[in-house]
Design a protein around this ligand. Structure first.
Ligand SMILES: Nc1ncnc2c1ncn2[C@@H]1O[C@H](COP(=O)(O)OP(=O)(O)OP(=O)(O)O)[C@@H](O)[C@H]1O
Length: 287
């Protein structure tokens, strides 16, 4: 499988913040959610991959090309929807902006742009500066999609977007992923988005990648188990993340392993409940 994004030893510093050093590989055909609290570095990472911000150290390759050596070819293949890209042009109407952006891309598809404008019920004559926050998000999304990129970098694409449009965006993203050479990296705070769209979760914490895991696998492994009595053997076990005594219950990130061991020790499992993604993330981020 080819890499859509390959990052090695990346460092980007601001006065009071340092992203990295971090390594990250995203395979073609994957949807990766960047999760992390406010200020953890998600937007900075996306902007660095898009080369809207220059990094201090490290290498960033997109679709096999170094972003410093092949900036134009790389940008041609990325659809970026995140704040700030159109700030300098926000006195243009939506159509005016599309005309400008359309010139940047050899693959610009005016018919597809028009379909999306209608689908999301956008007033194409409105100045971008006057669009509501949600409408701006939808316009950014449409402009990112309309040149048929290979890689989508999306920074909270559905924030402030109405529910029907959110659902349509998820449908359009699922359709985009029908091509197995397509890839999405998206920053999000929405569990629903992660559940519906993402294959992998990359957890950022204070500029560092804390963990990266396959969504389905992690949800299968993490569970709360209610037990007939507490097995002393599990007291200092790294697979046990929380213990409560009344009623006896543990939280583990290795469900099937522990189930077998508990059975061997003849400890009755009364009930097993898989954790929600947000609960899993809370445990991991507390590490
Ligand atoms: N242009 C800048 N100059 C100085 N510091 C910046 C700049 N842009 C971002 N930062 C700082 O970098 C850190 C990471 O910001 P970033 O926007 O990447 O976080 P985030 O994870 O996307 O947050 P959120 O979830 O709130 O969108 C923050 O501390 C922010 O203040």
């Amino acid at each position: 499988m080819k890499s859509a994004v390959e990052i090695q030893s990346l460092v980007k510093t601001y006065n009071n913040f340092k992203l990295g050093p971090l390594d990250l590989t995203v395979e073609e055909g994957m949807v990766v959610a960047l999760l992390g609290s406010n200020g953890s570095g998600k937007s900075t990472l996306l902007q660095t991959i898009m080369k809207l911000k220059n990094h201090d150290y490290g290498n960033v390759k997109v679709l096999g090309m170094d972003i410093n050596e092949h900036e134009v070819q790389v940008k041609e293949r990325i659809g970026y929807a995140g704040g700030g890209l159109y700030g300098a042009f926000n006195q243009l109407t939506v159509d005016g902006l599309a005309e400008l952006v359309g010139h940047w891309y050899t693959n610009w598809d005016q018919a597809y742009y028009e379909r999306l404008i209608n689908r999301y019920d956008i007033n194409r004559k409105e100045k971008f500066a006057h669009c509501s926050m949600g409408t701006k998000k939808k316009v950014e999304f449409i402009l990112a999609m309309a040149h048929h990129p290979k890689l989508l970098l999306l920074d909270e694409p559905t924030a402030n977007v109405d529910m029907i449009s959110q659902q349509r965006m998820r449908e359009d993203l699922s359709l985009f992923m029908a091509d197995d050479q397509h890839t999405i990296v998206m920053a999000t705070h929405l569990q629903e988005e992660v559940k519906q769209l993402c294959d992998y979760i990359c957890l950022l914490d204070n500029g560092q990648i804390k963990d990266m895991f396959e969504k389905d696998e992690v949800q299968y492994r993490w569970a709360r188990i209610w037990l007939s009595h507490f097995p002393d053997l599990l007291k200092d076990d790294g697979r046990v993340w929380q213990i409560e005594e009344s009623p006896v219950q543990i939280v583990t990130n290795q469900l099937s392993e522990l189930e077998k061991e508990l059975q061997q020790q003849q400890i009755e499992i009364i009930h097993v409940k898989h954790l929600d993604l947000h609960e899993i993330m809370e445990y991991i981020l507390q590490l």
